[in-house]
Write a protein that binds this ligand. Structure first.
Ligand SMILES: CC(C)(COP(=O)(O)OP(=O)(O)OC[C@H]1O[C@@H](n2cnc3c(N)ncnc32)[C@H](O)[C@@H]1OP(=O)(O)O)[C@@H](O)C(=O)NCCC(=O)NCCS
Length: 195
């Protein structure tokens, strides 16, 4: 059963208020538990890859009775890829508190994050996810994301280049740039750092 949207409030913040950040961290920990159980070596690689927190443009937070039940981080940066200059947007760390899943909170977070990316004038949005899970891919496809058939590539903090195949893109302000990037036959270069 879906919770009616009026049962929860959706807020956006440029910077996460300290009063909420502890609750967001708890949900992040239970949602991405694997990231908190990595070996030192895996953590160092993770830090190298996800080195672009400075690209954060804000957070979407869903609250119910003053408790955080979901959150997502939004990003943006200017890049030039395949000869096209664009403002690339991103969504990371999207998660719903375990006891509140399958009630529409994730959909609400995603819809609001896409609205915010549009308000910030991003041309296309990128994210990485567990694309092998059919329902997860469908969750993002509903708001326009498609899988990057030829993968995506980026450099880490160290300068090392990574190429991966779990990325998706969606049109935001530029259908033209989205069409162009969706046609390229090599990995989409997203610049420095994954989100
Ligand atoms: C992904 C996640 C945010 C979805 O949150 P949610 O609040 O359950 O999302 P919703 O209730 O809006 O569900 C969205 C759709 O996914 C489906 N869905 C959600 N969880 C599902 C599951 N475990 N298995 C199958 N389908 C699922 C819902 O049925 C719904 O489908 P519908 O739109 O056809 O009705 C949540 O499962 C989560 O926090 N996961 C751990 C963190 C994570 O992996 N985040 C994604 C990082 S890219």
């Amino acid at each position: 059963m879906k919770i009616h949207p009026s049962h929860f409030m959706v807020h956006t913040y440029n910077v996460l208020p300290t009063t909420l950040s502890a609750q967001v961290e708890v949900i992040d920990k239970e949602s991405f538990a694997w990231a908190y159980h990595q070996t030192l070596e895996e953590r160092l690689v993770g830090r190298d890859k996800f080195c672009s927190s400075g690209d954060s443009i804000g957070y979407v937070v869903v609250e119910e009775k003053e408790e955080v039940i979901g959150a997502a981080n939004m990003f943006a940066r200017s890049i030039t890829s395949d000869g096209v200059s664009m403002k690339l947007g991103g969504i990371g760390g999207l998660c719903t508190r375990k006891d509140k899943r399958k009630h529409g909170v994730g959909t609400e977070l995603l819809n609001r994050a896409m609205q915010e990316l549009r308000r910030n004038g991003v041309d296309i949005a990128y994210l990485c996810t567990e694309v092998e899970k059919e329902w997860m891919a469908r969750f993002y496809e509903k708001v326009g994301f498609i899988r990057l058939a030829h993968g995506h590539t980026y450099t880490g903090k160290s300068g090392k280049r990574y190429t991966e195949f779990d990325g998706m893109i969606a049109p935001v302000c530029s259908q033209k740039i989205f069409q162009r990037i969706s046609m390229i036959k090599q990995p989409f270069d997203i610049g420095r750092g994954n989100w």
